[in-house]
Design a protein around this ligand. Structure first.
Ligand code: NAP
Length: 570
């Protein structure tokens, strides 16, 4: 009964180190790790101990006999990563255990314990905090502009992917560490500057993500009925800035431009059964809109052919096992043409799945739900409509044939773009802060910018999965700790208590970890009566009210904190 890694694999590699027989690959030391779509268990070498199950932060691993019907294709997918062998013949072991990448060791002491500010609280921020806190005495303060932490895990992961959101349990454990502090509802660049942070910390790690959408520059993009997939996902996920997003589903077709995993997320949610979504953490406003939706088809339009599909294989398997997905006759032919030439194994597997899909012109809807059509070789030309969107005009890629598809909503899903950070250099084209392995460098030279580091999408661009940020953050922390050990970081000048005072002066509504726990508990309680994991607040005011109900820390805790502060000053 070998174990199997399934769709929600976050690729953070925790399972690799838990495995006693090194049967999960690619491991973080192997070349394919950074670009792998998921990790794979070798069914021949697996000893079924289940250690990987406990280590996985997103519940992606199960014994093969306990998979759901939708997960069954992952048995073959895990096995296909490894070469064919006669039954019972194991691969020669590379080493008994996967080599652990050593934690960055702090072995110096400059101006008090190493104290680091992290800006942002998504996966890159939390993995960076986790790496720093492996070292005795290091202090981490996390600044987040919303009163609720965890960035895209909270506001970007689709509600039908609840297991992926389990990674927040890991983040909660990190946040409970004594040396970790949350400063939520505090915006860097507005309430505090980079210099303010540097006055109170040895270094600042910016893990602020890539919050902007890449824009499609065609006529009609400002008409009512246009939008971006990421805005829609934020609206679905109760992000307070998107509560009032106008989302009109009173027509038959939605077009999503681009076919990455975000496009698949949106298409799945728009076509899912609202009764099933009602048991997730979807926002009430999105659920009511979906219940009233008249959408019958979501077209995911890619400008290139099937071979170049941007979605990953696990997500394609997840889509085709839960929704009705079809292809036009011309696209079926394109898939067969690609299958005749493509040799790369993962792409071939995608094409093989695409070749089994129903035909758009004949397929009836067995699930009585709206269907999804994957469309290829359509280059966007312009949005049609006078007062609002009525459709989209494409050119068939590589020809001058025009194809028009009627639709009432057009969403672009063509990737994210980083936003410049006040007081730091920025590469506008790439949408990242220039850096050398996470150490921020000046735009016109490779010289480091004092005390500034980056991790996650603002460092490497908007690619990869939640767990990709673990190795990304580790690299940044290694650079930072090297600089601290070498004595090149300036010592903070402000006393620890002065930071609290400064933050409160600039933002009296700062929310701490106890405030977040109160928001969290209130949201979970609001969801209980309707059998939902939580019912999220949709406004900052509601979150602040819930945070205000947080109990004051007990006297012994306050005394311990004060003693620790005095020790820092000594
Ligand atoms: P993405 O994977 O980069 O896909 C972008 C899509 O937009 C591609 O199809 C691209 O086509 C298309 N595109 C770009 N410019 C275009 C233009 N001017 N006109 C038409 N099409 C254009 O981006 P994403 O979907 O936003 O995902 C971002 C990252 O988050 C990815 O690494 C993704 O895997 C990850 N993510 C993962 C999950 C998950 O694991 N469940 C969920 C969501 C997101 P070309 O290929 O032709 O450029």
């Amino acid at each position: 009964m070998p174990h199997v890694i399934t769709q929600s694999c976050c690729s953070d590699g925790s399972c690799v180190y838990a495995c006693p027989v090194n049967c999960i690959h690619p491991s973080p030391d192997e070349p394919g790790f950074a670009t792998a779509e998921m990790l794979y268990i070798d069914p021949v070498a697996c000893v079924d101990c289940g250690a990987c199950v406990s280590a996985c932060p997103v519940g992606a691993i199960a014994p093969d006999a306990r998979l759901t019907v939708e997960q069954l294709p992952f048995i073959a997918l895990n096995a296909s990563f490894y070469p064919d062998r006669p039954a019972g013949e194991k691969l020669p072991p590379t080493s008994k255990l996967a080599p652990v990448i050593p934690a960055p060791e702090v072995h110096a002491h400059h101006g008090g314990p190493l104290t680091v500010a992290i800006v942002g609280s998504g996966p890159a921020a939390m993995y960076a905090a986790d790496e720093l806190l492996t070292q005795q005495g290091v202090r981490v303060n996390v600044f987040e502009k919303l009163p609720a932490p965890y960035g895209l895990v909270r506001a970007g992961v689709a509600p039908d992917h609840q297991t992926t959101k389990r990674v927040t349990q890991l983040f909660d454990r990190i946040a409970r560490r004594r040396e970790f502090r949350f400063f939520l509802n505090v915006e860097i660049g507005k309430h505090l500057s980079h210099d303010d942070l540097l006055a109170h910390h040895h270094a600042v790690i910016y893990a602020s993500g890539a919050p902007n959408d890449r824009r499609l520059d065609i006529d009609g993009m400002d008409l009512p009925g246009t939008g971006t997939a990421t805005e829609l996902v934020a609206w679905i996920n109760s992000h307070p800035d998107f509560t009032d997003l106008p989302v009109d589903l009173s027509h038959e077709r939605v077009i999503v431009i681009g076919n990455g995993n975000v496009a698949l997320d949106v298409a799945r949610v728009l076509t899912a059964d609202p009764d099933e979504l009602a048991h997730t953490d979807i926002s009430d406003h999105a659920l009511s809109a979906l219940r009233a939706s008249r959408v019958q088809e979501v077209v995911i339009a890619a400008r290139r052919g099937p071979e170049h599909s941007a979605f990953t294989l696990p997500e394609l398997i997840g889509l085709t096992t839960t929704a009705e997905v079809v292809l036009s006759g011309a696209d079926h032919e394109a898939v067969l043409r690609d299958l005749a030439t493509v040799t790369e194994p993962l792409t071939r597997q995608k094409l093989e799945i695409l070749s089994t899909l129903g035909d758009a012109s004949t397929a009836a809807s067995p699930m009585a739900r709206p269907r999804i059509r994957l469309a290829y070789n359509l280059t966007p030309q312009r949005i049609s409509g006078q007062q609002r969107v009525t459709g989209m005009e494409f050119v068939v890629t590589g020809s001058d044939e025009v194809q028009t598809i009627e639709a009432g909503l057009v969403l672009t899903s063509i990737g994210y773009h980083g936003k410049a950070i006040k007081d730091l250099p920025f590469d506008d084209k790439a949408g990242v802060v220039p850096n050398d392995g996470g150490r921020v460098t000046h735009s016109d030279s490779d010289q480091p910018v004092d005390g500034a580091y980056v991790a996650g999408w603002i460092k490497r661009g908007p690619t990869g999965f939640i767990g990709t940020n673990k190795s990304c953050a580790l690299q940044t922390v290694q650079r930072l700790v090297d600089d601290y050990n070498a004595g090149t970081l300036r010592n903070p000048i402000g006393k620890p208590s002065a930071l609290d005072k400064l933050v409160r002066e600039r933002q009296s509504d700062v929310v701490n970890a106890a405030g977040w726990r109160a928001i969290d508990a209130a949201e979970v309680a609001r969801g209980e009566s309707s059998d939902r994991p939580r019912n999220k607040f949709t406004s900052v005011t509601e979150m602040l009210d819930a945070a205000a109900a947080a109990p004051t820390p007990p006297l012994h805790r306050r005394l311990a904190d004060r003693l620790r502060e005095l020790a820092d000053l000594a």
